[in-house]
Write a protein that binds this ligand. Sequence first.
Ligand SMILES: Cc1cc2nc3c(=O)[nH]c(=O)nc-3n(C[C@H](O)[C@H](O)[C@H](O)COP(=O)(O)OP(=O)(O)OC[C@H]3O[C@@H](n4cnc5c(N)ncnc54)[C@H](O)[C@@H]3O)c2cc1C
Length: 247
Amino acid sequence: MEETVIVEETQSVGPQTVAITMQSPSALTAEPGQFLRVTATIDDEEYSRFYTISSPDVDDTIEITVGIDPSDSGPFSQYLGDIESGSELSIAGPFGQHYYENSNRAVVLAGGPGIGPAVGIGDAADAAGQEVAIIYVSETATPAHRTRLNALADSGNDITIFTTASDSQSGVVPPEFNDAVADIITGKPAEQPFVYGFEDFITAATDALETADVNPDEAKIENFGWYNVCRWSSRWLHDQITISYTI
Ligand SMILES: Cc1cc2nc3c(=O)[nH]c(=O)nc-3n(C[C@H](O)[C@H](O)[C@H](O)COP(=O)(O)OP(=O)(O)OC[C@H]3O[C@@H](n4cnc5c(N)ncnc54)[C@H](O)[C@@H]3O)c2cc1C
């Protein structure tokens, strides 16, 4: 499915982080944790990038959350950072198998823009009366999506936020990260760990899960880095060629 949709609303949800709400095509079915291929033309050049759904559902609208890294951002996230209501975007998808499926307890480890799927899954789980635990390592001193994280905490969910940007000595995750992960893993049946973020965060989170005696193969992990961009771009291209050939 590839469709042009109108941007209905944009909202700054933290430093260098914007939530973009778009019309949802009527035929679209997607789950939080899945992602879309978003395309736009910038200065006569077409760009496409992948963004994970950050709304709990896609019934009327779809939300994505875009982090704009001030030191490492490229043309597309900068464009989305300034996009206005009424603009058009082309979306294709959904892609990805690492989405929320009403597990009894969702444990989400989110790094940087991984906060998008974290709040999408968190709100979906909370609405379904399920438990959710989120550990979010923010790249900025003020974390993104504070309002939704506070609401999830107020409903009795386990929300832990670390900020690394305020401490230039810290690495991708703070030293307390592994203990925090071990603390929220209960080992209950149907507990489903999820990990979302860029490569370095995925490595740190996978190590933390292993240290907490969780087999990383049982976690649903989506890497936002170039390896996955290439993998999903070639998969999308393959699907287009197959569809054209069949027609
Ligand atoms: C499956 C998947 C899901 C994704 N979901 C999201 C999402 O929900 N929200 C989101 O903001 N991005 C998401 N991304 C990343 C997104 O597709 C773009 O790569 C990102 O927005 C940078 O695009 P750009 O055009 O600005 O920079 P590019 O020119 O494409 O890349 C610039 C460089 O910066 C790196 N980079 C950009 N931001 C960061 C960061 N915060 N930390 C570390 N490295 C960074 C990129 O990997 C690249 O090396 C996802 C990627 C994949 C593969």
